[in-house]
Design a protein around this ligand. Structure first.
Ligand SMILES: Cc1ncc(COP(=O)(O)O)c(C=O)c1O
Length: 425
């Protein structure tokens, strides 16, 4: 079974963990993380040697996780100064930081260029900062990349997430801004444009989309950056391995690697020094590496409906509050279970919509059972708002050992006195 839980986690082991960490907590499966990294890396590297993984920090910037991935060889893909500074804080080599994102201050741009990070500018306003830096540092060779925006619709139909007709990111090719940006930057002798970046968040994460993205980036690079090209960055967005219960067939890492690397190998066949290929996986790297465990506090009936109250909230498992149930397991105190019934699993907030799961059909849980929500590694920890209760701890599980990588928040951390005023007139 393609489940996040690799170790045998029994009721007794949860009771043991509860003693140290409380009755709700996240569990990071470190082996699963390493396995994901290795599978993605092997799939691409076996076809295109100059391959780099830039882990997308925003998906889950738990420092321990970022460090593990860095140790495995991943670069840090960051989209804000905050994430950039975190990468530095965990000891990342600045030359292995890919700095993307739509909003960068002049100071951010100067800092990234001082550090020789891989800076991808997203809009024209950043060009002014780069040119000013180039003017102040005439003896320095300045390298940077451009995030480009081009049409990837299929038969005139947008394939972007949420049905957006066009992406708002990057410098547009079709309206001439891309060439304008190249010309502007090339007015400075010491600026070299060494890479193109093209991340698109598509609905179906299809192989076809990656074929179009990679081909377009290669064409643009060969037409415009032939003497300086060092990398093609196709962004993130690929599917990871899906839990069995999702019952959908998605492209594998090998499928993505085959599609993307086929274009790279063909386009750069005659190049003595082939450019690096950068992939920025987020969801595919971390979604299935986390579970959230929460204890059943009460089981109550309202008219004919069963409500199972747990010590958790929808914010802990699916902050976007979508209606699909996550893959789940109930770890029971009593092995003799009753017949299946329908029930909802609800959380501690006062919001009516705080449902961790809807219409579950299983034996009704009892007080003190544990519910395990799987696949909660992506965009949960980072979206978990400070709302009503302190955030739970995060435990890493590495082979047989368990250790805390984020403590349970305390009231003093929640209401940080460096931030909030507690002196009242
Ligand atoms: C620039 C960039 N790179 C990488 C990613 C990661 O995407 P995913 O988590 O879908 O792999 C994103 C997500 O929005 C992104 O904006």
């Amino acid at each position: 079974m393609n489940s996040v839980i690799q170790a045998e986690l029994t009721y007794d082991s949860f009771k043991e963990l509860e003693k140290s960490y409380g009755s709700s907590f996240y569990l990071l499966d470190v082996n699963k993380l390493k396995e994901n990294y290795q599978k993605i890396n092997d799939a691409f590297k076996s076809i295109y040697a100059n391959f780099i993984i830039g882990y997308s920090y925003k998906t889950n910037y738990l420092p321990y996780l970022c460090k593990e991935l860095s140790k495995l060889g991943a670069y840090a893909e960051v989209v804000s100064r905050l994430e950039y500074d975190l990468a530095i804080k965990i000891g990342e080599d600045p030359k292995r930081i890919i700095f993307n994102g739509p909003l960068k201050s002049k100071e951010d741009v100067f800092y990234a260029l001082d550090n020789e990070s891989l800076l991808n500018i997203d809009s024209m306003y950043e060009i002014e900062f780069v040119k000013e830096y180039a003017l102040n540092n005439e003896d320095k060779e300045i390298k940077l990349g451009l995030r480009v925006n081009f049409d990837i619709s299929q038969d005139g139909v947008s394939i972007l997430q949420e049905g957006y007709a066009i992406s708002r990111f990057g410098i547009c090719v079709e309206n001439g801004n891309f060439h304008l940006a190249l010309n502007e930057l090339r007015t400075m002798q010491n600026i070299n444009i060494i890479g193109l970046h093209g991340h698109f968040s598509t609905r179906n994460r299809s192989l076809h989309a990656y074929k179009v993205i990679t081909q377009t980036l290669c064409d643009l690079a060969k037409e415009n950056l032939i003497d300086t090209l060092e990398y093609i960055d196709v962004g993130g967005g690929i599917y990871g391995e899906m839990p069995d219960s999702f019952n959908i067939i998605t492209p594998t890492f090998d499928d993505y690697a085959g599609t993307i690397c086929e274009v790279m190998n063909r386009e750069f066949k005659h190049f003595s020094k082939k450019p690096n290929l950068i992939l920025e996986p987020g969801i595919s790297m971390v979604a299935n590496t986390f579970i959230f465990i929460s204890k059943v506090i009460e089981v109550k009936k309202v008219r004919d409906n069963n409500f199972v109250l747990v010590n958790g909230s929808v914010h802990n498992v699916k902050p976007t509050m979508h209606k699909n149930n996550l893959p789940m397991q109930i770890v029971r105190k009593n092995e003799n279970v009753s017949d299946n019934e329908y029930f909802h699993i609800v959380g501690y907030t006062c919001m009516e919509k705080d449902y961790l799961a809807h219409h579950v059909h299983d034996a009704l849980p009892e007080r003190d059972d544990f519910v395990v929500f799987e696949n909660v590694g992506a965009y949960t920890i980072v979206f978990n708002p400070p709302f009503i209760k302190e955030r739970p701890s995060i435990i890493a599980m590495d082979n047989a050992s368990f250790f805390e990588v984020r403590k349970k928040e305390t009231i003093n951390q929640f209401f940080n006195e460096d931030l909030y005023s507690f002196s009242f007139p």
